[in-house]
Design a protein around this ligand. Structure first.
Ligand SMILES: Cc1cc2nc3c(=O)[nH]c(=O)nc-3n(C[C@H](O)[C@H](O)[C@H](O)COP(=O)(O)OP(=O)(O)OC[C@H]3O[C@@H](n4cnc5c(N)ncnc54)[C@H](O)[C@@H]3O)c2cc1C
Length: 414
């Protein structure tokens, strides 16, 4: 098939319905949450919006078909990520965090685990939350480093027919749920064999909302994504049956890498959504504002060139992201590399482009009455989360490039 970036009819319909939903519903999230004093209160205020997203079928629409959803793949996720992020990051990240939370099950879960754990997320009612609990206080960049490095500190010990989990996690999207009692499902990265090397000693265990043992320690006051919850919490003697282990014992490193790898391409599209919103505002401003001069500022060459550069970056990031998602859908050998390129380009362009657009608008962009300052605050996390760009460059790209079998054309052929 020739290269063709035309969306199919179902993809077009998905884009249109996501755009409508974002403009009609998600546009209200900011006013409903912005003046509340704590992260937990702001997160709670997003629940009615999140319930509408679930009720409108967006989560079911994105969960891949083999697991009972209607999702046709990563391109669908990319379309929704851009449309939602262009209007609101908070409910959007809560929604997408479910896909990261369920990813270990998609990648390595058994049919029985799919039936038990994925089903609540397909129902299209309520406000179900799934979380992927990898990051820990003290840092997780070296989570799979061999001894004497600490790596993953959360442990799961076998006791009869159960795993007993102990440890502290932080920065975990939605992990403590709407009421601090826990998300509906946590996929917890933990050490199941303290003597084995990381490739065999780390596992992922499914923990449905526990009756006891989960405690919220603190919900950080973040720079952006102010109404999204990324708590620090403790697991103390949390028990689950042995068959909650996802994949084989010790398969955790492979699952963690593949899970973050799968979402990397989408982070690039989140950046596109934010840039698109900033560009739309700056263009309107430049076309209508004279700033005391004789002509609208768009007619000044410096402004026109800055707008042109911004638009080039947005278009480039979108189509690199789509290419990466297409490669993921096709399970092409170059897909993991493409996903990282999408994340790096989309996230770092977002920070750079929104900053440049603030220069176009000038000093008024520094006022939160205008959207650009908030968009920059939201964009700043894109290079930091999902493994961090320092980390994905090092662990994924550098490792690939240094490998003896690396094929520089694999990404182009993906
Ligand atoms: C909004 C939001 C949502 C998030 N959601 C989740 C989630 O759902 N689940 C989850 O598990 N996490 C989540 N996180 C955490 C996020 O994924 C982080 O990217 C992750 O914790 C890794 O952070 P880090 O790379 O900065 O690691 P850290 O271990 O904190 O490392 C810090 C820095 O140390 C340096 N460094 C460390 N080791 C090396 C090395 N070997 N070589 C070179 N430099 C090194 C790098 O400069 C690195 O940036 C979220 C964070 C945010 C803000």
């Amino acid at each position: 098939m020739p290269i063709d970036f035309t969306l199919s009819d179902p993809q077009r319909r998905l884009r249109d319905s996501a755009r409508c939903f974002a403009n009609d519903v998600l546009s209200g999230v900011r006013d409903a949450s912005r003046n509340l004093p704590t992260a937990t209160e702001r997160f709670a205020a997003t629940r009615p919006f999140y319930e509408q997203a679930i009720g409108a079928g967006f989560l079911r629409r994105l969960i891949p078909q083999p697991f009972g959803g209607e999702g046709a793949g990563y391109i669908d996720m990319a379309i929704v990520a851009e449309e939602f992020y262009a209007v609101d990051v908070n409910v959007s990240l809560t929604l997408f965090a479910n896909l990261l939370g369920l990813m270990p099950l998609f990648l390595a879960g058994s049919a029985d685990q799919h039936a038990r754990f994925v089903a609540p997320f397909l129902a299209g009612v309520g406000a179900p939350l799934a979380a992927f609990a990898s990051s820990e206080p003290g840092g997780s960049a070296n989570y799979a480093a061999p001894a004497p490095a600490e790596g993953v500190r959360t442990t799961a010990r076998r006791d009869g027919n159960t795993w007993v989990l102990d440890g502290t996690k932080q920065w975990i999207s939605s992990a403590t749920g709407w009421d601090a009692g826990g998300a509906d499902l946590l996929c917890v990265v933990c050490r199941t064999d303290s003597d084995a090397p990381p490739e065999r000693g780390i596992s992922v265990i499914a923990v449905p909302r526990p009756e006891r043992g989960l405690t919220l320690i603190r919900a950080p006051e973040t720079l952006g994504h102010r109404a999204h919850l990324v708590p620090r919490f403790r697991l103390a003697q949390v028990r689950v049956p042995l068959d909650h282990l996802i994949g084989a014992p010790g398969q955790g490193k492979a699952i963690v890498d593949a899970s973050f790898g799968a979402t990397a391409a989408l982070v690039g599209l989140m950046g596109v959504g934010l840039m698109r919103a900033a560009f739309g505002f700056a263009l309107e401003f430049a076309r209508t504002q004279r700033r005391g001069g004789a002509r609208p500022i768009i007619e000044h060459q410096a402004v026109g060139y800055a707008m042109a550069d911004a638009k080039t970056a947005i278009e480039a990031a979108r189509y690199l992201g789509w290419k990466a998602c297409h490669a993921m859908d096709a399970q092409a050998p170059g897909a993991p590399e493409m996903a990282v390129h999408s994340k790096i380009l989309g996230s770092e362009s977002a920070v750079r482009v929104i900053t440049a657009l603030m220069s176009v608008v000038g000093i008024d962009s520094y006022d939160h009455e205008l959207p650009l300052a908030g968009l920059l605050q939201d964009a700043l996390v894109l290079p930091l989360f999902d493994g961090g760009n320092m980390g994905v460059r090092r662990r994924q790209l550098h490792e690939l490039l240094a490998g003896p079998d690396y094929d520089p054309m694999a990404a182009a052929d993906a």
